[in-house]
Design a protein around this ligand. Structure first.
Ligand SMILES: [Zn+2]
Length: 227
């Protein structure tokens, strides 16, 4: 067989491979979920007006006694790098800094002792201290790893503090609120704090998990929805 003939055979094999393997991959691309930024603006989260009952706040991580070295190398199973691959990061407990992609991309822009700086690697080291020293809302906020760009606080029923994590243009908002013990009315909930997700686009709670005082919370959530 001549070289030209061999070349033609190889080209034919390549074209057949493209036809049967590559083409279905391109078609599958059309079936991908619709990206969240294609929701109409009215079905995404917006910042509330200054006249709303919300206060823009920053949760701060208090100074805490450091055990061992402030700067540590840690090994982590990091799925952002590659599945099952162990990555090595340097964490700095006194500066609340880490070299992981989550910290570098999404958290390093928050300054000082802002709680949104705490990635899962910092949290793992801080947790034994936080359980003893930090207030219950801050403990839950840190454990949920939610670096929303805006945090708003409001009160429900007069006395219950509720925290909203807001990403403008996103479908979801995060609601941190207390559980209800039997017989408690809004304003007097004393259960532990928990994070709930609310979808503006679908007008409902994630997994159908409704927090205590859900009706009153909906009235607050309406401030984050534009007409
Ligand atoms: Zn990290």
């Amino acid at each position: 067989m001549s070289w030209i003939g061999l070349g033609l055979v190889l080209a034919a094999i390549y074209l057949l491979w493209r036809l049967f393997h590559a083409a279905p991959i391109r078609r599958a691309g059309l079936a991908l979920p619709v990206p969240k930024n294609t929701y109409p603006a009215s079905r995404c989260v917006h910042l509330p007006s200054p006249e709303s009952p919300f206060q823009l706040i920053t949760l701060l991580v208090p100074e805490f006694p450091l055990q061992g070295a402030a700067i540590q190398m840690i090994k982590s199973l990091d799925y952002e790098v590659a599945r099952e691959q162990r990555a090595e990061y340097e964490i700095n407990l006194s500066l609340l800094a880490c070299t992981c992609p989550d910290f570098v991309k999404r958290r390093s822009g928050f300054a000082g002792r802002d709680a949104r700086r705490i990635c899962k690697h910092l949290y793992h080291k801080i947790r034994p201290v936080s359980v003893r020293l930090f207030d219950p809302l801050l403990q839950v906020f840190l454990s949920e790893h939610q670096p929303s760009p805006y945090l708003y606080q409001a009160t429900m029923g007069g006395d219950n503090i509720v925290l909203f994590g807001i990403t403008p243009g996103d479908e979801w908002l995060n609601v941190f609120t207390r559980r209800r013990h039997k017989g408690e009315m809004p304003g007097s909930f004393t259960g532990e704090y928990k994070r709930y997700g609310f979808s503006i686009a679908r007008n409902g709670w994630a997994y159908g998990d409704r927090p205590a005082g859900a009706d009153e919370l909906r009235q607050l959530i309406a401030y984050f929805v534009s007409d």
